[in-house]
Design a protein around this ligand. Structure first.
Ligand SMILES: Nc1nc2c(ncn2[C@@H]2O[C@H](COP(=O)(O)OP(=O)(O)O)[C@@H](O)[C@H]2O)c(=O)[nH]1
Ligand SMILES: [Mg+2]
Length: 253
């Protein structure tokens, strides 16, 4: 049984899903993938069913309609927790996240509770982004740091690996955000619970095919969310104690 699951949310990614699965399994043959598709109008769901029929490592969650990336991930995490997985990844379908980085992130997660792919640790590694998007991303990172105290270099990043204990410790039904703020909320909740988080350098490349679903609503949601996170934990800007199930406490095998 594979202990690693790569959860990939999809919305209109028919040109990417076959290649992305191939690239993932090239790097890590002993892993499973779960695609969470929101009934993509372009037929991604049907294609995924064909892939799942041909390869037992591929699984598909069909969801009713477009509900946002956060909802798709929460459904995927619950699916993973109902099964035996120990290492649970988030990854985009559009090759912005390089599947070849998976083994390195997984390795980092051996001694961490959450391994966070970071575009900005030790320099900027982003390919084909307009300057405006880079400024937005860096600005968001600085904003999160100043308000919440969270020390990680890329808090809006979505290429990461959770240990099972983290997802079990989080009340997943309380995670309500969807876009970038979903990433911030997940990482902040993990951190405040006292889990060990490490940055892992990755190179991010803008998608080559299909369309980004980034919007001004997503940015607005994130601006608010950061304040909500601060108030939710009584204005605390660092965790109280190591979580008993953290690898740092010897909690996870
Ligand atoms: N299931 C699901 N996936 C989504 C949704 N919105 C975006 N995605 C997927 O989430 C990943 C990142 O989205 P993308 O549009 O590339 O965002 P960007 O990289 O921030 O521009 C891709 O795999 C998308 O297909 C959604 O509403 N539902
Ligand atoms: Mg993208």
């Amino acid at each position: 049984m594979n202990d690693t699951l790569i959860v990939v949310p999809t919305y209109n990614e028919k040109d990417n899903v076959r290649d992305v699965a191939k690239a993932v399994f090239n790097g890590i043959p002993a892993a499973d993938m779960l695609f969470a598709d929101d009934n993509s109008p372009d037929g991604t769901g049907r294609l995924l069913d064909e892939m799942a029929a041909a390869d037992p490592r591929v699984h598909v969650l069909h969801r009713e309609g477009k509900q946002g990336l956060g909802r798709a991930y929460i459904a995927g995490f619950k699916w993973a927790l109902e099964r035996h997985y120990e290492f649970i990844f988030e990854m985009d379908a559009d090759f912005s996240h390089d599947p070849r980085d998976i083994p390195r992130i997984r390795e980092a997660a051996q001694s961490a509770d959450l391994a966070l792919g970071s575009r900005y640790v030790g320099g900027i590694r982003v390919i084909n982004w307009p300057l405006s998007r880079l400024i937005l991303s860096r600005g968001a990172g600085a904003y999160v740091h100043v308000i919440t105290g969270m020390p990680f270099t890329d808090p809006t990043g979505g290429f990461k690996c959770f240990r099972r204990a983290v997802l079990e410790a989080i009340d997943l039904d309380r995670i309500r955000s969807n876009g970038y703020s979903f990433q911030i909320e997940m990482t902040h909740t993990t951190w405040m619970l006292g889990f060990r988080i490490v940055d892992v350098p990755i190179t991010f490349e803008e998608r080559r095919s299909g369309q980004s679903k980034m919007s001004s609503d997503i940015v607005r949601e994130a601006l608010w969310m950061v304040w909500k996170l601060l108030f939710r934990c009584g204005l605390r800007r660092k965790p109280r104690a190591t979580h008993p199930r953290s690898v740092a406490a010897g909690g996870t095998p």
